[in-house]
Design a protein around this ligand. Structure first.
Ligand SMILES: CC(C)(COP(=O)(O)OP(=O)(O)OC[C@H]1O[C@@H](n2cnc3c(N)ncnc32)[C@H](O)[C@@H]1OP(=O)(O)O)[C@@H](O)C(=O)NCCC(=O)NCCS
Length: 183
């Protein structure tokens, strides 16, 4: 199985909206409301206060050259520190979970992050997301001890310090940069 990441653009809005519908179990849990018909548009447009448009982007997760998305990453650069990448959202459609796609997609993201000189990735896991927390711990993340409010819930902050890339990772990164082109 080949997992690829690609920067999503406005013209991908229809495949993104269709994906979000297939992820609605998780998005309803996160947002505490039904999925909106404008969900994809909102995901493109939303960003933390003070973050410029160029520093927020969406990476689509594709499998085996198919045109439909199986998942998406929402990323913000520079918000939590100049070399820290903030992972605001990672979600896979329900039918693609539990097959190793998430871990492969995450590995590709980490290679990209190392290649772009980020030394840390930071993310939040909502209380009650037991599978999500287990996934991130398996990916090498640790709780920082910070707990922040989110609607009626709370999330814990997790971080991972990224290593120096090995020769092998550098080789893979060059290949990755051909398909993942972010400023
Ligand atoms: C969290 C999430 C991104 C993980 O992605 P994923 O593709 O399901 O993760 P993986 O398949 O790599 O690993 C999950 C499980 O599948 C198992 N698995 C991996 N490859 C497998 C394979 N080929 N066949 C069967 N199971 C496999 C893993 O061992 C793991 O099992 P475990 O939970 O019992 O340890 C995904 O489940 C998801 O989108 N969940 C909803 C949204 C969410 O919670 N996002 C995170 C917010 S913080």
């Amino acid at each position: 199985m080949k997992v690829e990441l690609r920067v999503l653009k406005k013209e991908d809005i229809h495949i993104l909206q269709a994906l979000l519908v297939r992820c609605s179990d998780y998005l309803i849990f996160q947002d505490e409301e039904p999925l909106k018909s404008t969900a994809a548009d909102d995901l493109f447009g939303s960003r933390p206060e003070g973050v410029e448009v160029k520093d927020k982007f969406l990476l689509g997760i594709f499998v085996d050259g198919q045109e439909e998305l199986v998942g998406v990453f929402e990323l913000v650069q520079g918000f939590a520190g100049p070399k820290t990448l903030s992972l605001a959202l990672m979600v896979l459609e329900i039918f693609s979970r539990g097959q190793g796609i998430g871990s492969k997609a995450y590995e590709a993201l980490e290679e990209w992050a190392i290649g772009h000189h980020f030394n840390k990735v930071r993310l939040g896991v909502l209380f009650g997301n037991v599978k999500g927390l287990k996934f991130w711990k398996c990916m090498g993340y640790s709780e920082t001890g910070e707990v922040k409010p989110h609607l009626s819930n709370k999330f814990m902050v997790l971080e991972k310090t990224l290593g120096v890339p090995s020769e092998l990772a550098l080789g893979k990164q060059t290949l990755l940069q051909r398909s993942v082109n972010i400023g």
